[in-house]
Design a protein around this ligand. Structure first.
Ligand SMILES: Nc1ncnc2c1ncn2[C@@H]1O[C@H](COP(=O)(O)OP(=O)(O)OP(=O)(O)O)[C@@H](O)[C@H]1O
Length: 642
């Protein structure tokens, strides 16, 4: 089953101009913000060795980007290869191929220069980039396999076959093209090598490069006489998924197109050149067919190279072409021809789909694991039991699993011991032991800490400290009560002094503690909120003059706890009664005093009246006069007795 996520795109074309020793002045690059850059050639009239050139003089070609002679290898990778590599990592096929006349810099662009590290080409840089990304990506598991195919004189050879040196090319097994029912091409005798890291992948590249067919030609001292296809096969999947993404990344260095006549080749070089030109001719045919809208048949099968690259040309692939150009005067014709070829390539539309499919082997593995889990669950549910006891080895293994489980910081970590109740119970036992051990250690630590505190700070443990604080508080409460007592005693003494001054005798009760007045005894039961601090002798003064609730509670508890509380309460009641009686008595005394005074006034008035009668000569009955005064005196005496 394949799930498709499609990207439609024409083949991207780029031009790269090889450095020349002298500036030629036959080309220029036109760049503007709104349009793609253009490469322009000016062909001089005298180009054809003295013949009059009637052809047009200026040729313009549009590219996605034109790289001038100074362009560095890194820039090429960033602009062309990085995005294709990213697509390959996401499951899309990708192809980058270099096309151009011999000696124009195709091998330099694809593989790189051999002298300087900085001259590494697209292949080593892409490998490095892919592993960098693979190592960063933690949610996917990647595998990489590499193959390296050479098409020489229309035959395919495995460049990674170690028998190359021993057998010689003529005895090497040829790579054969096979087609399945769905017309997918398979290559027989082409080995796939797994590369787990950059170094392994680079070793494969170097091995293949040493096996390539290279020869010295008039145009290039080390001319590659074949087409070479370096393929990176990537597969990726999420750890718990059977859906796998596959992608193929072809990095292709085509053999150079060359003019046999111009170069004056002969012998083997001539044969090679013929094959090269023939295969490039078939490639051109395919490109032309693909760029013509009405063409139904595309002649892929005409050559091995077009068969292998079928997907890259008009198929499921993201493809980029680099047109390598030598812009010397003698090469202008070939450069124009390369650019024309590129313009046709740019018309080809590809439809790249994400190659995602269920991998049967992985699916079987996942299903097997699921079946085992379900079997375990079933055993638990049906209560299937193991009768033999666990071996020491089993117990040791379980203890390790429990330890790993406890130490695992992942909250979703699972202690999986299968559906064996003996193992499950043993694990519970281990967890319990672990917990008890932990508690013991904690208690021990607490004890050590308390002891350490006593030794270091001379501070008593918490309980002792609390009792000491309670004691201090009780002392304060007692001091306060003594103060209250003294103060109220003073007040009552003043009150009794006032009563005695009025002629009322003060009551002192012998039944109450000797030496104390009634008021003194009564005052001991006054509520504490009426008491305010006035003495500095009672220890620190509270911030508020009114006692706090703590003091009230302390007083109440002290009062209740006091053994004589009941007797005090009773005495308090008696004293209250007597105090009320004394008040009534006082009032009556005052009333009698008033009456006596009134009678005394009356006696005085009576005497005055008698004196005035004597002066006026009026005589009264002296016996009757004495009777009035006597009556008043008797009344006074009676009042006093009351
Ligand atoms: N951009 C460049 N910078 C420096 N040197 C270059 C550059 N392009 C090519 N060269 C050099 O030019 C020479 C020919 O290049 P190269 O072998 O890559 O050409 P080619 O197109 O692969 O030729 P052929 O088709 O014959 O194999 C080599 O020595 C290479 O190092």
């Amino acid at each position: 089953m394949e799930t498709n996520s499609m990207v439609k795109q024409t083949i991207q074309i780029f031009a790269r101009i090889r450095p020349t020793k002298k500036p030629t002045g036959f080309h220029s690059i036109e760049e503007s913000e709104n349009e793609d850059p253009k490469l322009e050639f000016m062909v001089p009239h005298d180009l054809a060795d003295g013949f009059v050139n009637n052809k047009r003089e200026i040729y313009k070609f549009t590219f996605q980007k034109v790289f001038n002679q100074k362009t560095k290898q890194e820039e090429i990778f960033e602009a062309i290869a990085r995005s294709v590599a990213d697509s390959a990592l996401s499951g899309y096929n990708g192809t980058i191929f270099a096309y151009g006349q011999t000696g124009s810099g195709k091998t330099f662009t694809i593989t790189g220069g051999v002298e300087k590290y900085i001259d590494r080409g697209i292949i080593p840089r892409t490998l490095s980039y892919l592993f960098e990304q693979i190592n960063k990506e933690t949610s996917q598991v990647f595998t990489m396999h590499i193959s390296y195919l050479e098409i020489y004189n229309e035959n395919g050879y495995d460049l990674l076959d170690p028998r190359h040196e021993v057998l010689g090319l003529e005895n090497m097994p040829k790579v054969a093209l096979m087609e399945d029912m769905e017309q997918n091409i398979h290559l027989k005798n082409l080995s796939l090598h797994q590369a787990s890291n950059e170094e392994e992948a680079l070793n494969l590249l170097f091995l293949g490069d040493t096996n390539r067919m290279v020869a010295e030609t008039p145009m290039n001292q080390a001319s590659t006489r074949s087409h070479c296809i370096f393929t990176v096969n990537l597969a990726s999947h999420e750890p718990s998924s059977s859906t796998i993404r596959h992608s193929k990344l072809h990095l292709v260095d085509l053999a150079g197109s060359e003019r046999v006549g111009k170069m004056g080749l002969g012998g083997q070089l001539l044969t090679e050149a013929k094959y090269i030109n023939l295969s490039l001719h078939f490639l051109e045919q395919v490109i032309t067919a693909l760029s013509e809208k009405k063409r139904i048949h595309i002649p892929y099968r005409n050559s091995m190279m077009t068969s292998v690259l079928r997907d890259s040309l008009g198929g499921n692939c993201m493809t980029s072409m680099i047109a390598n150009l030598s812009v010397e005067k003698s090469n202008i014709d070939e450069s124009i021809s390369t650019c024309r070829f590129a313009q046709r390539v740019a018309l080809i539309k590809n439809e790249a789909v994400m190659n995602e499919a269920i991998e049967p082997k992985l699916e079987i593995k996942l299903l097997k694991r699921e079946v085992q889990q379900l079997k375990d669950e079933l055993k638990l549910v049906t209560g299937e039991q193991h009768v033999d006891s666990l071996s020491q080895e089993d117990k040791d293994r379980l203890w390790k699993s429990v330890q790993t489980f406890i130490e695992d910081t992942d909250v979703e970590a699972i202690l999986d011991v299968g559906a064996d109740m003996r193992k499950i119970n043993h694990c519970f036992l281990l967890l319990k032991q672990y917990n008890l051990e932990g508690k013991k250690v904690q208690a021990e630590q607490q004890k050590n800490m308390d002891e350490k505190q006593i030794v270091e700070d001379n501070t008593p443990p918490t309980k002792l400290r609390k009792l000491e604080e309670l004691l201090k508080q009780r002392d304060k409460e007692i001091s306060m009560l003594v103060l209250m007592l003294k103060k109220e005693k003073l007040k009552v003494q003043q009150a009794f002094g006032h009563v005695e001054a009025l002629g009322i005798p003060s009551y002192r009760d012998d039944s109450v503690e000797s030496g104390k007045t009634l008021a003194e005894n009564a005052v001991t039961c006054l509520p504490p909120e009426n008491v305010k601090f006035h003495s500095e002798t009672c220890g620190p003064r509270p911030s508020s003059a009114v006692l706090s609730m703590d003091y009230k509670e302390a007083f109440e508890s002290f009062r209740k706890d006091c053994e004589e509380n009941a007797a005090i309460e009773e005495t308090k009641h008696v004293l209250k009664q007597r105090y009320a009686d004394a008040k009534t008595l006082g009032r009556r005394v005052n009333e009698s005093k008033t009456k006596i005074n009134e009678m005394k006034v009356k006696i005085e008035q009576w005497r005055m009246q008698r004196v005035l009668q004597g002066l006026s000569g009026e005589t009264g009955d002296s016996g009757q006069e004495d009777v009035v005064e006597e009556k008043l005196r008797v009344q006074i005496e009676e009042e006093k007795r009351k």
